[in-house]
Structures are given as structure tokens and as C-alpha cells.
Design a protein around this ligand. Structure first.
Ligand SMILES: C[S@@+](CC[C@H](N)C(=O)[O-])C[C@H]1O[C@@H](n2cnc3c(N)ncnc32)[C@H](O)[C@@H]1O
Length: 286
């Protein structure tokens, strides 16, 4: 892992050039947003890979996808510093941030409900790290749910179901709450609230309704409001999110609801894309 000056980021990421319009095929439409169908297509390809090699374990599948997508070294960020790392090391750092985000919360017996879990890679990593807890994930991408079920169907501590933040009621969470009782239920998301152009209504109308029924909320998400307006990196990150139509209102929406108190917000715990880092937000019901 070696430090990467911000000035050299364009040598290792196409995004600075894209953001300033000097890359081929420039155009807002090309880079804007990442809808469920785009994820579903990626998950369909992985499902095909698994069907061709049914013995593939979930970490190996992720590794294949990583090496298909990128060549070492790759740029990452941590706490507003940039580094170049090997593709496998990048995954290791992301896994560590994921496991660390729940370290102070889980001590055995809890059920983590991971909303927008994709095909469930995060569920597998967390289940390995927390052998006394259960993990229920949900995602609207049908192929993601199908792939998760193929990979984890024989594990009794992992379940993957259909789920959409935009639904008026979160049936998946209702079922877990009915089975477990809220004292032991932790609401979690990683990189999925980001996919919505705004989270204001989802937070105010739905998440807040469940807040006092769960123990804690933990989010590893892209948090626009934490990007500095006075630094070049912060400005690049703001422009990246604007250009891709990612939301800019997660932290403000959480802080605006009287139902919860944001207990911590830690900026840039890891950035698999240094212009789009994950920050860790924790909240509790008031
Ligand atoms: C960047 S991926 C993150 C997946 C997984 N949490 C991870 O960290 O690998 C974003 C995920 O958000 C999901 N997503 C998009 N819109 C959603 C919605 N309305 N409700 C729930 N999940 C959604 C996508 O299907 C996709 O799986």
C-alpha cells in the first residue's frame, strides 16, 4: 500500500477526466445513476459464472468479479488520504471496514438486517466474523436474491429475500421483528441508500417508523454532506455524486427525523472508489 498524491489520481482512475469532460463518450446520461436493472445485470453474469462452476465459494466469486473489473494496482482512500493497493488488498480493506462497523454492536444473538445487500457478499463476510449472529439481507435485484440463495441456501444463519426501500412497509424487517423482537435487531446498509437520488422520504416515512423497534442503525454509505467544500478532494467527490445523481441528503435526513439520534458519523472509512468513499453512520432511537 503506497500513498497516491491526489495530483496522480487521473493516472489510476478515469473519473477525474470524466468529471471535467475530457474523456471519450462524455455525457451526463452515460454516468448518471445506477438503477436496480444495472445491478441486476451484473448479478445475472455472476449467477451464470456460478452455474458454470457450482463449487465456487462466495469469496472466490467476489474475487473473480474484482479481477475482471480492475487490474492492480488500484486507487483507494482512507480518511481522506489516497493509496494504491493490490485488487485483493482493496477487498480486504473493505471487508475490514465492514466487520469493524458492527464490532461495537454485536456480542452474540443479534440479527442484522442488511437492506440493499446485493447478492449478499456482505452477509457471508459478517457471518464468518460473527458466528453467533444471524444475517438477513434484502435487495430488489432478482438475480441478486437468486444468487444469494444459491450461495448461502445451505447456511441457517444467512437468508436473502426481496426488498425495496421504496415500499411503504418493509415486510422483510417486519418478519424479522416478529420473529426476534427488536432488542436484538440491528438495521444495516452498505452502499445501497446511495443508489437512491434522494433518501429524504425513505428516511422520514419508513425508516423512522421502525427506529424505536430496533436496537441500532449502522450504515456504511456515501455521505455527501461530509465532503468538504474547501478541499479539492471534497469538491471532486461532490461533483462525482452530482454527476452520477447519487443522493446528497442522507445525513441531513437522518438528523431531521425526531425519531432517531445520529450517534456518530465517521468520514471516509474506506473508498473503493476514492471519489466515492464509504462513511460510517450510527444512530439510535430517541
Ligand atoms: C453498490 S450496490 C451495494 C450492494 C451491497 N450492499 C454491497 O455493499 O456490496 C447497491 C445495491 O443497492 C440496491 N438497490 C438499488 N435500489 C434499491 C432500492 N430501492 N431498495 C433497496 N436496494 C436497492 C442495488 O440493487 C444494489 O444491490
Amino acid at each position: 500500500m503506497r500513498e497516491l498524491p491526489l495530483d496522480d489520481l487521473p493516472k489510476h482512475s478515469p473519473w477525474p477526466a470524466r468529471l471535467f469532460g475530457s474523456a471519450d463518450g462524455d455525457g451526463d446520461a452515460e454516468y448518471s445513476g445506477t438503477g436496480v436493472s444495472a445491478y441486476d445485470e451484473v448479478y445475472a453474469n455472476l449467477l451464470g459464472l456460478l452455474e458454470a462452476n457450482p463449487e465456487t465459494e462466495f469469496r472466490e466469486l467476489q474475487r473473480s468479479a474484482n479481477h475482471y473489473a480492475e487490474e492492480s494496482p488500484v486507487p483507494i482512500s482512507r480518511a481522506e488520504s489516497l493509496y494504491l493497493v493490490d485488487v485483493d488488498e482493496k477487498q480486504k480493506l473493505q471487508d475490514e471496514a465492514l466487520v469493524a462497523s458492527l464490532a461495537g454492536t454485536l456480542d452474540g444473538g443479534e440479527t442484522v438486517v442488511a437492506l440493499g445487500c446485493g447478492w449478499g457478499y456482505e452477509l457471508g463476510v459478517l457471518a464468518d466474523a460473527y458466528p453467533d449472529c444471524a444475517f438477513v439481507g434484502g435487495d430488489p435485484a432478482e438475480n441478486g436474491v437468486a444468487l444469494g440463495r444459491e450461495l448461502f441456501g445451505d447456511r441457517d444463519r444467512i437468508r436473502v429475500e426481496s426488498f425495496d426501500f421504496r415500499d411503504d412497509e418493509w415486510d422483510l424487517l417486519e418478519r424479522v421483528l416478529a420473529d426476534e423482537g427488536g432488542d436484538d435487531v440491528v438495521l444495516f446498509s452498505q452502499g445501497s441508500l446511495t443508489a437512491l437520488p434522494s433518501v429524504r422520504d425513505v428516511v422520514a416515512d419508513t425508516l423512522a417508523e421502525y427506529a424505536d423497534r430496533v436496537r441500532e442503525g449502522v450504515h456504511l454509505e456515501h455521505v455527501y454532506e461530509l465532503h468538504a467544500e474547501e478541499s479539492l478532494l471534497g469538491l471532486l467527490r461532490r461533483r462525482y455524486a452530482d454527476r452520477r445523481n447519487y443522493n446528497d441528503d442522507l445525513l441531513a435526513s437522518l438528523r431531521a427525523t425526531g425519531a432517531i439520534e445520529v450517534t456518530s458519523a465517521t468520514y471516509d472509512v474506506v473508498g473503493g472508489n476514492p471519489l466515492h468513499p464509504l462513511s460510517e453512520i450510527r444512530w439510535e432511537a430517541v
